[in-house]
Design a protein around this ligand. Sequence first.
Ligand code: ADP
Ligand code: MG
Ligand code: ZN
Length: 498
Amino acid sequence: MTAAVLEIDDALAQYDPVMGLEVHVELNTRSKMFCGCPTEFGAPPNTQTCPVCLGLPGALPVVNARAVESAIKIGLALNCEIAEWCRFARKNYFYPDMPKNFQTSQYDEPIAYNGWTEVVVDGETYRIEIERAHMEEDTGKSTHVGGATGRIHGASHSLVDYNRAGIPLIEIVTKTIEVPGDKAAAVAKAYVSMLRDLLLALGVSDVRMDQGSLRCDANVSLKPTGSATFGTRTETKNVNSFRSVERAVTYEITRQAAVLASGGKVVQETRHWHEDTGITTSGREKSDAEDYRYFPEPDLVPVAPSREWVEEIRSSLPEAPTLRRVRLQEEWGFTDLEMRDVVNGNALEPIVATVELGVTPTAAKKWWLGELARAANESGQELNALGVGPAEVAEVQKLVDAGSLNDKLARQVFDGLIKGEGTPAEIMAKRGLALVSDDSALIEAIDRAIAANPDVVEKVNSGKPAAAGALIGAVMKDMRGQADAAKVRELLNAKLGI
Ligand code: ADP
Ligand code: MG
Ligand code: ZN
């Protein structure tokens, strides 16, 4: 059933949205959170399990130190305080994909808390307060078989794969976010995208939204414009792309506005996001924390990271991606718009690597954005799957700088590189792409152009030097593009005496 919605502008004219974002990150540790099982994605079902992550009687968990280190890294990068002492807690509830009948999580003693970060939307910076980042474990994965939708309703039976059970997760929870209503959805998207960059830079996760290693739950509520009292929130679960975060927030604003405007009440519940239709539907009514009967985990020792360790980790943190971007933009002399294109085109890292090989930022941008990103887009590939790396781009640019290629021929070399025709030199040889640098060949072509276009020569001689452009065009065509146009112009001008 599709719910009534208001137009977003109508909704925002009457209500201010409040958001809270919960992001789950699967860490990339080699072993699980509380046992030694491997964590590789995509292994055959139930081949990466042991008594601990299957919750067998008598099995005892041990904390993965590497996961704690990653949690501290994330906390520090989000300007959080790091607990001197904290415990795990049992979150009790039944679900078949959770064999212990409780999730080992953290409750009132998170490892990191009280942080903040910033995102930029349309040139405006918004501060986002971080409530906490805590450690927990992932659940297994249920597959419902036999139904039309893949959901449990209508299924004939369900399969459970415990490979994912016990994989370390960090849950990052924001405080409530209040920004101008028309920016809310974009801020939510920018926040998740910023987190992804940050987590990648920290090296703690592969943050593959498509594989579920970064998942976002979006809490949204509305309050009448100008009111200070928060409304009832819904929590849209497992939104799995940046764009969907933006769409889901927008959808909830328009749906809740319709409920409130017609005199109804928003139900506190979880909601499912439907990627195909762009709507959310009711999930389960949301339990309060008390229902989970949280209590400190008796089988695990508390985590008490020494201050020396925390400081050591702090000093090893990489430059924050947001600041790095500002620095690179300044160093490269790119405009805001150019930088945005670079980032949106996923060309930042390739350009950094290409510039490191001695190519100017402008040339690196020209090839990565103008040529390679376009080709990737056309063939529906990721830029880094194109088979052309910074080394090849640098090599081609060197050939351009040396006068062996012009931009047009370089484009053909890139085409050959993408098609796997060999190295730039091999492609040039195979496709016959080298520029003709031999003056006599150029002069012969110029003579042919002059002979074939007496009317143009006439114009030039009668005081219209701009007409010579047609002759240059004729020469380039004659040379099949394999001439340096500047060189041709120079020789032609000498010949015509202009
Ligand atoms: P839960 O256990 O329900 O997931 P959490 O504390 O983990 O609760 O996360 C709740 C999220 O919802 C936080 O990001 C919080 O800031 C946000 N939040 C709380 N109240 C509201 C509200 N009225 N409207 C929107 N977001 C809210
Ligand atoms: Mg939560
Ligand atoms: Zn295990």
